[in-house]
Design a protein around this ligand. Sequence first.
Ligand code: GLU
Length: 450
Amino acid sequence: MKDRTETLLESFLSRINPHHKGAPEFLQAVEEVARDVLTIEKASREFTAARVLERLCEADRIISFPIIWRDDAGEVRINRGWRVQQSNLLGPYKGGLRWVPGLTLSVLKFLAFEQVFKNALTGLPLGAAKGGADFDPSGRSEAEIERFARAFMAELGRHIGPEIDVPAGDIGVGTREIALLSRAWVQRAGQWGGVMTGKPLALGGSAIRAEATGFGLVYFAEAMLAEHADSIAGKRVALSGRGNVSRHAARKAFELGARVITLSGRAGTWYAADGFSAEALDWVVGATGEAAQDPPGGLGVEFLAGKTPWGCAPEIALPCATQNELGLDDAKALTANKCRYLAEGANMPLTAEAEALLTTGGVIQAPGKVANAGGVAVSGLEMQQNSALIFWSAEKVDRRLKKIMGGLHDILKAERASCCTPGGGLDYRRAANVAGYRRLAQAMVAVGVS
Ligand code: GLU
């Protein structure tokens, strides 16, 4: 006989699925949340009557637009752009923009859905959105990036504003791109306003915003390890990616005495058996082209072509690259080598099969909805500074970030009674879904049907 959760899930998905055909990543994210929260919804007459989860699955609006621009050779180029404004229940729409080749609306829908829970959990007044374009910035000249950013904002600009929707960066959109986009909006709107976060300091950005997702990830991991009477110092820590999240997480873990053993890119993994030195970390983060695959001797680093970091026997795994990057074989390698903790710097980096295997294998896992929430939380702090026309010191922002990450850990701990793993420990993944859902459900009940 099917258990109650499976029956509720089946009936829920049969209502949702027909409206989201061709959106596998979105349905994967929804299913994970639904499995955890449907019994909570069912137990409350108000939440059931309000159809909370079904409503959270519906984006308020999805904007799609072409981006027409000219490359350096004078050729006309066409890309596709989107902004998924998922929910402004708790505050202005808020979430990043990614520019990656092959980006699909399904990926953005899943990211916008995840962002609703993540932003709710920060406790800040933030709604949720995600956007981007199927554009590959790598190998493009500065002038091309500038023309593309202007063309992108010519379309997106009419849909955003400091109290409407405040985008930030994400994969392929860093501080420089945000500066271009922000300036393009200010010129178009004829008013200054913190319309984007992640701006350079000189343009009204916040201290620590660039570092926030990576630092916050390590702060959350520290709290999780402390809860298990453990510490990051001396541990073998494997990270994937070498972008903004990964490089700052690696730096913070290194500062705290961890042995950082990997970073990775599309072509393979940089591995330092004894842990990267500060110099080696700088080299890996900065290396470009073919030379990146050939680390200089003496650095203690080898390049493992075509390999992911998960076979390198870490005690702590920090996947920081992209969705579904860690599959079943990687999960098998992690459990076989007795990896004990995992915290997600990327959004939904585990496939559903990998996640199930790690859970059965007793790996303690912090989901992206809390573990990488430091980025958007400091974006919230940037919005506060912008609207008050002030700047806070790096020390102050870092202190607040640490407090927010510690607070997130406490919020999950409070869900312990109903969120246990098979081994009796706290199920962080379920606790994040349940705690985020509760905050959203209470707000939705408060607004009624509107
Ligand atoms: N892209 C980041 C995220 O996934 C940051 C979003 C923001 O700061 O608005 O949370």
